[in-house]
Design a protein around this ligand. Structure first.
Ligand code: MSP
Length: 511
C-alpha cells in the first residue's frame, strides 16, 4: 500500500475576491502534493472556503444579500481561481456544508464531555477583520484615540456571555508537544516565536459569540454560534471524514502539512493542536508558515488599488512561469516584493535560456543528426560520468529539501544541474563533433537527453504543463513520468517527435 500524505491550504475568507496571496499558498501546496504523488504517495490535497463569522455577515449585508447567497457566489470565485492556477486538489470544502456542521458539533461535544469547555462571560477587545480577540497590552492607540490590533485592524469592546475553552490548562502540554515534535512548526524562526508566545502565558479562549447569527450553532445552546476559528480549523478533520473514523479517508489524519501564512500561524500552531489534543484527536504533523508578498513594499489592498490578480498574471506570463517565479523568487517562509520585472527576468534567463535552450539545442541536434531517434549511450568519458552522476543524485537532494518545504532551495539544486549541463554541452560541443566524430556526438547527446529527462521529471510539480511538453519530446510515456521511472533507462533508438521550443522568451510589449 502507498504511504499516505495529507496536505491542506488555509480555507479562504469569502469576503473578497482571490488575489495572488491566496494563489501563492495554494500553488505551494499544489507543488508539494504533485511532488508526493510522483514520489509514490497516496495524496489527499484539500482546499476550500471559510464562510462563517461576523466579517462575512457584514460583507453580505453591505452587498445587500443573505450570507448564504453571498458566500455561494464568492466561494465560486475561489473555486475558479483554484482551477485557473492548475491546482490538483482532491476536495474543496465549504464550511457551510452539512458534513462540516456535523463534524463541528461532534468536536464541540467531545470538548464539553471532557470538561474542556465551560460557560462564562467575555469582556474584551475583538477585531472583526482578524476575527480575533486581543489583550489591552497588544493594542496600539491611533492619534484620534481609537485602538487598533497589531495587524492594524480596528477593535471593539465586546461584552457577552460566552463559552470558553480551557486553553490555559494546555500551556505546558503544548510546550511538551513542541519539544517532542521539533519539526511541528517550520521554519525554525517561527517555532521560536510560537514557543515564546505560549511561554508568556495562555488565557482561556472565548469560543462562542451571541452578538451575531452567521455561524454554526452551539449544540444545546443555539443562542451561541461557535467562534469562527474553531469552526474553520475543524475543516481539516471534516474533510478527512470526522467523526466517522471508519471512513477510509480518516486514515489520512493526522495531516502531514498545514500550509499557512505567517499571519495565521498562532491559530494553527497553538489553538488547533490544543483543541485536538483536548478532544483526544491526534495533532497535525506540521504547520509551515510562509511569508507575505507585498507590491513595491506596500501591503496589497483594495484601497491602494495594487491587488494582483492571479488570473491576469497567468494570462500575461503563462501559468507555469508564474508558479515557478512565486516559489523561486523568495525562500519559502520569507516575505517578498512582487515585481513584474523580476518575473520577466527569471522567465527569460532561467526558463527560456538556461532550461529552454538546453533542451532545444540538444533535441534539435538529435533531430537533425541522429535521424530523430534517441541515441544509444556509449562508453562514458570522465566528463560524461560526472554529468550523469550529478543528475542521478538530484532526486535524493531535492526530496530532502521538499520534505522541509524548501522550494527555492530545491529549484536551486535543479538549476545547478541545468547550469552544469549547459557548461557540459559547451565543452563537448556536439555541433563540432558532428563532422569529426559523429559516434561521440551521439553519445554526448544521449547524456544530455538523460539529464534533461531527469530535470523535466523533477520539475513537473512546479511546471506541470511545460515539463509535460518536454517529456513528450523526449519520448517519455505518460505512465513513465513518476520518480520511480527514472531508474529505468529510456529505450535506445526510440523515435522522438519534432522538437519545439517550450519556453519562449517574454518580450515586453512596447508601451
Ligand atoms: N480564513 C482564514 C484561514 C482559516 S484556515 C482554518 C484566513 N483566510 S484569508 O483568506 O484571509 O487568508 C488565507 C491565506 O492567504 C493566509 O494564509 C494568508 O497568509 C494568505 N495571504 C493573504 N494575503 C497574502 C499575501 N499578500 N501574501 C502571501 N500570502 C497572503 O486567514
Amino acid at each position: 500500500m502507498k504511504p499516505k500524505f495529507y496536505i491542506t491550504t488555509p480555507i479562504y475568507y469569502v469576503n473578497g475576491a482571490p488575489h495572488i496571496g491566496h494563489a501563492y499558498t495554494t500553488i505551494a501546496c499544489d507543488v508539494m502534493a504533485r511532488f508526493k504523488r510522483l514520489d509514490g504517495f497516496d495524496v489527499f490535497f484539500l482546499t476550500g472556503t471559510d464562510e462563517h463569522g461576523q466579517k462575512v455577515e457584514q460583507a453580505a449585508a453591505a452587498a445587500g444579500m443573505s450570507p448564504q447567497a453571498f458566500t455561494d457566489g464568492t466561494s465560486e470565485l475561489f473555486k475558479a481561481m483554484t482551477q485557473r492556477v492548475g491546482i490538483s486538489n482532491d476536495d474543496f470544502i465549504r464550511t457551510t456544508e452539512d458534513r462540516h456542521k456535523r463534524a463541528c458539533a461532534e468536536l464541540w461535544k467531545r470538548l464539553v464531555d471532557r470538561g474542556e469547555i465551560y460557560l462564562g462571560g467575555y469582556e474584551g477587545w475583538y477585531a472583526v477583520r482578524d476575527e480575533a480577540f486581543y489583550d489591552e497590552g497588544e493594542l496600539a492607540t491611533r492619534p484620534d484615540g481609537t485602538k487598533v490590533a497589531p495587524s492594524g485592524a480596528p477593535v471593539e469592546w465586546v461584552v457577552e456571555p460566552s463559552y470558553f475553552f480551557r486553553l490555559s490548562a494546555w500551556q505546558d502540554r503544548l510546550l511538551a508537544f513542541y519539544d517532542a515534535n521539533p519539526d511541528f512548526i517550520l521554519p525554525a524562526t517561527r517555532r521560536n516565536e510560537v514557543t515564546s508566545f505560549v511561554k508568556s502565558g495562555l488565557r482561556d479562549l472565548s469560543v462562542s459569540r451571541t452578538s451575531f447569527k452567521w455561524g454554526i450553532p452551539v449544540p444545546g445552546d443555539p443562542d451561541h454560534v461557535m467562534y469562527v476559528w474553531l469552526d474553520a480549523l475543524a475543516n481539516y478533520i471534516t474533510a478527512a471524514g470526522f467523526p466517522d473514523e471508519a471512513d477510509p479517508k480518516w486514515d489520512f489524519w493526522p495531516a502531514d502539512v498545514h500550509m499557512v501564512g505567517k499571519d495565521i500561524l498562532r491559530f494553527h500552531a497553538v489553538y488547533w493542536p490544543a483543541f485536538l489534543l483536548a478532544a483526544g484527536i491526534a495533532a497535525p504533523r506540521r504547520v509551515f508558515a510562509h511569508g507575505w508578498w507585498t507590491v513595491a513594499g506596500e501591503k496589497m489592498s483594495k484601497s491602494l488599488g495594487n491587488v494582483l490578480d492571479p488570473q491576469e498574471l497567468a494570462d500575461t506570463y503563462g501559468l507555469d512561469s508564474l508558479r515557478y517565479f512565486l516559489l523561486r523568487e523568495v525562500p519559502f517562509g520569507n516575505d517578498g516584493t512582487f515585481s513584474r520585472k523580476a518575473l520577466v527576468s527569471r522567465l527569460n534567463v532561467e526558463l527560456a535560456n538556461d532550461l529552454g535552450n538546453l533542451a532545444q539545442r540538444s533535441l534539435s541536434l538529435i533531430a537533425r543528426n541522429c535521424d530523430g531517434r534517441l541515441p544509444d549511450s556509449g562508453p562514458r568519458t570522465q566528463d560524461d560520468a560526472i554529468m550523469v552522476r550529478l543528475a542521478d543524485v538530484l532526486l535524493d537532494d531535492v526530496r530532502a529539501l521538499m520534505d522541509r518545504q524548501a522550494f527555492g532551495d530545491a529549484l536551486e539544486e535543479i538549476w545547478r544541474v541545468i547550469r552544469a549541463a549547459n557548461a557540459y554541452i559547451d565543452r563537448q560541443a556536439p555541433w563540432a563533433l558532428r563532422k569529426t566524430d559523429p559516434v561521440r556526438m551521439a553519445h554526448v547527446l544521449r547524456v544530455l537527453a538523460d539529464v534533461i529527462r531527469t530535470v523535466a521529471t523533477l520539475l513537473q510539480p512546479f511546471m506541470p504543463e511545460k515539463c509535460g511538453a518536454m517529456l513528450d519530446q523526449l519520448g517519455v510515456g505518460a505512465d513513465a513520468r513518476d520518480f520511480a521511472a527514472l531508474a529505468v533507462p529510456l529505450a535506445d533508438g526510440i523515435v522522438l517527435p519534432a522538437p519545439q521550443g517550450v519556453f519562449p522568451r517574454f518580450v515586453e510589449e512596447a508601451e
